[in-house]
Design a protein around this ligand. Structure first.
Ligand SMILES: Cc1ncc(COP(=O)(O)O)c(C=O)c1O
Length: 366
């Protein structure tokens, strides 16, 4: 079976280095928020072109603390796209705020138009979460410009988009504040959970530093409401620091695979992503088909693993108990029915890429 992901292959060449780092950390006596965390925060901020990065426990916490840093609180409304597995919506709910759903375009991204349509009629939202889904940079420049004029804070969800580039700016450097996940399958992934908040605005970073540790302004002084325990540990930070120099190469390899798929897959029932430029770091390679069950069964029979990112739009999730039944977002709902993810990770071999292309092209249809 050609797997969707193969973390064993990814980590194998780094095994000895990672084992040495683990031994160093174990011997160091620092395990949480130690010098390795500070080193990684500085290195990742420089790589992203951000003033500061603050390590936290995971990407969902990063979104929540980013929202709290821009002062989202109970009763506020936050715009989210509903096709990103509830990550943004969960963070909004954790702030006591309410998600306001915006539809997406044919590539699964919020646009300025869908954002504006979502805010028509209600009171102004406090913030918007722009998810750079599948590793594709959304129309963040236009959204950030419009939101700045409206006084709406922009939180970029970069969990799938480390390094996606437009002009000279990387994901996270467009909005007010950005969230990253280092879940193991991410383009930069730890060997456990990890996340970070990044920003060009040092005053927001200072708030996140307090929020990630109980809201403390000084030890045992809980100054900021909404504080949490959400710290990045030393082991993961040191692993991430060691992997960071390889991230550009991994992203380039992912993008090369995506380009091979786009050049090679030719089938009337399979729609491919529009392009694979520098603004796409190919975290996931997602095709659309009206015959998803049949295509995924055919690929499985041909030895190709697939997955669906994501099958249930947020506004249809059972946790809401029908609260958004009257909300209709045609494109996001269609995405949930039609998206199918093909294997795309840096260690995928050329012969495997060929086999995936051949299997797609041999889909008999329904
Ligand atoms: C787009 C997006 N946002 C947020 C998250 C949440 O990250 P984590 O799993 O580290 O909480 C993820 C990944 O899981 C994600 O893909």
């Amino acid at each position: 079976m050609i797997p969707l992901n193969a973390l064993g292959r990814h980590v194998a060449p780094m095994r000895d280095d990672l084992a040495r780092i683990a031994a160093e950390v174990i011997g160091s006596g620092f395990y949480v928020l130690g010098p390795g965390v500070a080193d990684f925060e500085r290195a990742f901020a420089a790589w992203c072109g951000l003033a500061e990065v603050v390590g936290v426990a995971n990407g969902t916490d990063a979104l929540e603390l980013a929202l709290k840093a821009v002062e989202v609180g109970p009763g506020d409304r936050v715009v989210v796209a509903p096709n990103a597995a509830m990550y943004g919506s969960s963070a909004v709910l954790a702030c006591g705020a309410e998600p306001l759903f915006a539809d997406v375009d044919a590539e699964g991204l919020m646009t300025l138009e869908t954002l504006r349509a979502a805010v028509v009629g209600g009171g102004a939202p406090k913030a918007v979460i722009v998810t750079h889904l599948y590793g594709q940079l959304a129309a963040i420049d236009a959204i950030a410009t419009w939101c700045a004029a409206q006084g709406i804070a922009v939180v970029e969800d970069c969990a799938q988009a480390h390094g996606a580039l437009r002009g000279s700016r990387r994901a996270g450097a467009f909005g007010d504040i950005a969230a990253f996940s280092f879940y193991p399958t991410k383009n930069l992934g730890a060997l456990g959970d990890g996340g970070a908040v990044g920003t060009r605005r040092p005053e927001l970073a200072a708030r996140v530093r307090q929020l990630r540790q109980y809201g403390w302004s000084a030890k045992y002084t809980n100054a900021l409401p909404g504080g949490r325990n959400s710290r990045l540990d030393e082991l993961q930070a040191r692993f991430l620091l060691a992997m960071l120099p390889m991230l550009d190469g991994w992203n380039a390899r992912r993008r090369a695979i995506a380009r091979r798929y786009i050049a090679g897959i030719r089938h009337p029932d399979i729609r491919l992503p529009a392009s694979a430029g520098d603004d796409y770091v190919a975290h996931l390679f997602v095709v659309r088909t009206p015959h998803r069950e049949a295509l995924s069964a055919h690929l499985k029979a041909s030895g190709v693993q697939t997955d669906v990112h994501y099958p249930i739009p947020d506004h249809r999730q059972p946790c809401f108990g029908g609260r958004y039944d009257d909300v209709v977002l045609p494109r996001a709902e269609r995405e949930a029915r039609e998206v199918l993810t093909l294997p795309c990770f840096p260690e995928l071999e050329e012969a495997e890429v060929d086999a995936v292309i051949e299997a797609c092209n041999a889909f008999p249809g329904v």
